[in-house]
Design a protein around this ligand. Structure first.
Ligand SMILES: [Zn+2]
Length: 438
């Protein structure tokens, strides 16, 4: 019974992924699908240690890349899922890369009842349709491979927010073949052609439709091919793996994937209960900030439910230019009026010579629509927001001395404006003095 249930979930999750709409960029799809079955089975076959790939499309080189990438991914998955070393040494998957699925139906390699646009996973076998870029074909092969691995090791894949999060996190990659690196955040659009998740996340931000963490964790098993939902699932996975305190919870959850989806999610909510305001606040910062180049380490935000309420008359803080959002370490109550003074200098670029900035920023150079080096503040609510969409965070800029009125229970965070992937070469920072105003 359990196996049957697991199968239903896996099939549903995989087929939803299959409904992704990027095929529209490749008009040949529809025409190919209408091509009558040929009954031919003169496929190309490429064999690796873990993968046997059968394909009706591609060059020797492109198929070799896919097999080598998959083989190099397996030991990384083993490590990332904390499986005992050697567990996957003999794990094997059969994969079909298809330009014309009807040929595979005719040759008996694709069940007649399976119909999908992108990819599909079952125990020990995956099907992937050719994508408009080699990156995305490889990504999808890996994504379905993670589902197949989860079924093999854990008996199932868990509810969609978890299963698609894990599959996405372990398939986003840099490089290819033997040097492939999994679990990365793409540095640029050109690194991940046709992947497209950041574009949809940006659109949601602009429309003030960033889902709350609770919303994502309640996504239905049937995601109806909504690519944006896959993006949110991926971000949940990134969040859990960005902070050491959630990481083991995330890895352990894979072992509970056989539970009913509702029970799985409720158990996770219970385990997170004492941390819920913190993980929610971090979710809001992540979803408001993430884009190409997002640096998981530099964007870790230090928050605690034990942060005291601000009562002092003055608080001093150094805001480093080489980190993301930085908290003052205290909470603020509504109605508090603060005077914030910012001083100091930082450098936000080193080449050909250091670019020195003050809190107002360098007004001839812009990043993300703001002057490079500009000091930005943010009011981050203390209370978890379980509404469908999170209320957009309030940000403000600071130049020398400014008065702000706190209008909600919140933390105050600051950062120096720069491209997300370019924080590493920054030096110095600004000194902030925060005082209550009468
Ligand atoms: Zn999937």
């Amino acid at each position: 019974m359990k196996a049957q249930f697991a199968h239903v979930i896996v099939v549903a999750a995989a087929s939803i992924f299959a409904l992704f709409g990027l095929a529209a960029n490749r008009p040949a799809w529809g025409q190919d699908a209408a091509t009558p079955p040929t009954g031919r089975s003169d496929y190309q076959v490429a064999r690796g240690t873990h993968l046997t790939l059968q394909s009706d499309v591609g060059t020797d080189e492109s198929l070799k890349d896919l097999v080598e990438s998959f083989d190099a991914a397996v030991p990384q998955w083993e490590r990332m899922l904390k499986l005992p070393a050697g567990t996957l040494d003999h794990w094997k998957v059969r994969a079909y890369l298809m330009e014309q699925p009807d040929r595979f139906r005719a040759s008996g390699d694709l069940p007649q009842t399976l119909d999908f646009k992108h990819g599909y996973a079952m125990p020990g076998v995956v099907w992937v349709r050719l994508q408009p870029s080699q990156y995305y074909t490889r990504h999808l092969l890996l994504h379905e491979g993670v589902h197949a691995l989860a079924i093999d090791q854990f008996g199932s894949t868990g509810p969609s927010w978890y299963s698609e999060g894990v599959a996405e996190q372990l398939s986003v990659h840099r490089d290819q073949g033997r040097t492939i690196q999994l679990g990365t955040v793409p540095g640029s659009k050109s690194e991940v052609p046709y992947w497209g998740r950041f574009k949809l996340i940006e659109q949601a931000r602009n429309d003030a439709k960033i889902p709350s963490l609770a919303t994502v964790m309640e996504l239905p098993t049937d995601l109806r091919g909504d690519v944006e939902s896959y993006g949110w699932c991926w971000l949940v996975s990134l969040l859990f793996n960005q902070y050491p305190e959630y990481e083991s919870l995330w890895q352990q959850a894979a072992r509970d994937a056989n539970d009913l989806p509702e029970a799985f999610t409720q158990a996770m909510r219970r385990k997170l209960e004492s941390q819920w305001p913190i993980i929610n606040a971090r979710w809001r910062l992540l979803t408001e900030t993430v884009d190409y180049g997002f640096d998981l380490q530099r964007e870790q935000v230090d928050l605690s439910i034990r942060d005291p309420l601000f009562r002092q008359s003055e608080l001093n803080l150094n805001v480093s230019a080489d980190r993301g959002w930085q908290s003052t370490g205290v909470r603020f109550a509504p109605g508090t009026t603060l005077t914030i003074t910012a001083t100091g200098q930082c450098s936000v670029n080193q080449s050909p010579k250091p670019w020195i900035s003050e809190p107002a920023g360098i007004t001839i150079h812009y990043a993300k629509g703001r002057p490079l080096g500009q000091l930005i503040g943010c009011m981050l609510p203390n209370l978890a927001d379980d509404n469908q969409y999170a209320t957009p965070l309030k940000t403000f800029t600071l130049d020398q001395t400014q008065t702000i009125v706190i209008d909600q229970h919140c933390w105050l965070l600051f950062r120096v404006n720069d491209y997300l992937g370019d924080l590493g070469n920054n030096q110095g920072g600004y000194k902030l003095s925060i005082r209550t105003s009468p």
